[in-house]
Design a protein around this ligand. Structure first.
Ligand code: ATP
Ligand code: LTN
Length: 334
């Protein structure tokens, strides 16, 4: 019997992933490759649902893939590939969109949030059908579990509904995937506004720590991160959201509990704590940045690794899609 399959995706929409992406997603992916048959996808088709620049997209797709390898995804242990290399994603997405109700798609809250930001008239139909493409990503690979953050739960529910609907209408074709939402995965907040999550699209540069950022800049941002009234180093989301966020980052990177950190820093001020935290963050990210830079220095080899991943992904995707074509009633092409 083959190992349980996991699949997840990340958009190449920035010049670097940030600490939230790293702690909330990529680090789990690295762990999961040991015990699952893992597929990880740089979702460039999703990245064009908002206005984008071609040269930048090409660059960011390579940088995204290089960071995944740099963070420890090992092509011998998992399959890393670029979504647009496998045309079956778009093809299955069409079939699934014909099974999705207009009202059903309209209830997706991420679309509402994102289209509100740009103004509903500016939002593309691609942004509207984004969750259906995501469902195609997942179902093409007969995925058992999808490691994602809490914010993706609704898209996962849609994916399950579409799989069940297709299976019911056309006969068992898709594995119905479950979410793999790690309950205690750190939600990292913006360093300047701890009431919102650290985010590529909405945080200011001062609020974000990038995986590829240079150490001096990381240290400066941590020293300027907002803290709260008083001087106690204590985890308390209500009274001390800024300090609590910093404690969470520290805890997530060192595997220490919040309680142990509170004890360790009892009586010390914010300054000493922030200095130690900066060391912890710099030490954790430096190897990832260095490996990523090495990988990016040999673009031909990176492209070869991605071609390799696409080869493995294609095997699964074409088999699923052949079944789907037949089930739906498309004539075989001879
Ligand atoms: P955008 O702002 O464009 O939506 P983002 O920075 O929020 O982007 P996504 O591309 O939506 O990041 O997320 C990629 C992965 O990183 C997801 O699995 C998501 O759950 C995780 N993630 C994103 N931001 C954080 C955060 N602040 N803390 C923990 N995990 C996060
Ligand atoms: N929508 C997801 C990214 C994503 C994804 C996927 C996650 C695209 N396709 C398939 C899991 C499985 C996000 O914004 N984090």
């Amino acid at each position: 019997m083959s190992a349980n399959r996991v699949l997840s995706g990340i958009q190449p929409t920035a010049d670097s992933f940030h600490l939230g992406n790293y702690l909330g997603a990529i680090r789990q992916w690295v762990t999961l490759q040991e015990s699952y048959d893992a597929f990880y996808c740089v979702v460039d088709l999703h990245a064009i649902t908002v206005p984008q620049d071609p040269a930048l997209l090409r660059r960011r797709s390579r940088v995204a893939a290089a960071q995944l390898f740099g963070a420890g995804l090992d092509p011998k242990r998992c399959t890393v590939f670029v979504q647009s290399h496998i045309p079956e994603h778009a093809e299955l997405s069409w079939v699934l969109s014909c099974l999705t109700g207009f009202g059903e798609a309209s209830r997706m809250i991420q679309f509402k949030d994102k289209s509100l930001r740009s103004g509903a008239d500016q939002a593309s139909v691609g942004l509207f059908t984004y969750p259906i493409l995501q469902a195609a990503d997942i179902l093409l690979y007969q995925t058992d579990q999808v490691p994602v953050g809490e914010d993706q739960r609704q898209h996962l529910e849609l994916t399950r509904d579409l799989a069940q609907r297709f299976n019911h209408r056309f006969g068992r074709t898709f594995v119905v995937p479950g979410p793999y939402i790690v309950a205690d995965v750190a939600k990292i907040a913006d360093l300047q506004d701890p009431s919102v999550k650290m985010s590529k699209s909405s945080s200011t540069p001062q609020g974000i720590i990038d995986v590829l950022e240079d150490p001096a800049s990381i240290r400066k941002k941590i020293s300027r991160a907002v803290t709260d009234m008083g001087s106690e180093i204590r985890a308390d989301n209500e009274a001390k959201p800024g300090v609590t966020n910093l404690l969470r980052i520290y805890a997530a990177l060192t595997g220490t509990s919040l309680e142990a950190l509170e004890r360790q820093y009892e009586g010390s001020g914010y300054g000493a704590f922030k200095k130690d935290l900066a060391d912890v963050v710099v030490d954790a990210l430096a190897p990832v940045r260095e490996r990523t830079e090495e990988i990016l220095a040999d673009e031909a080899e990176l492209d070869r690794m991605l071609a390799d991943g696409a080869g493995r992904a294609r095997e699964v995707a074409t088999a699923t899609m052949a079944l789907v074509r037949d089930r739906v009633g498309f004539l075989p092409a001879r």
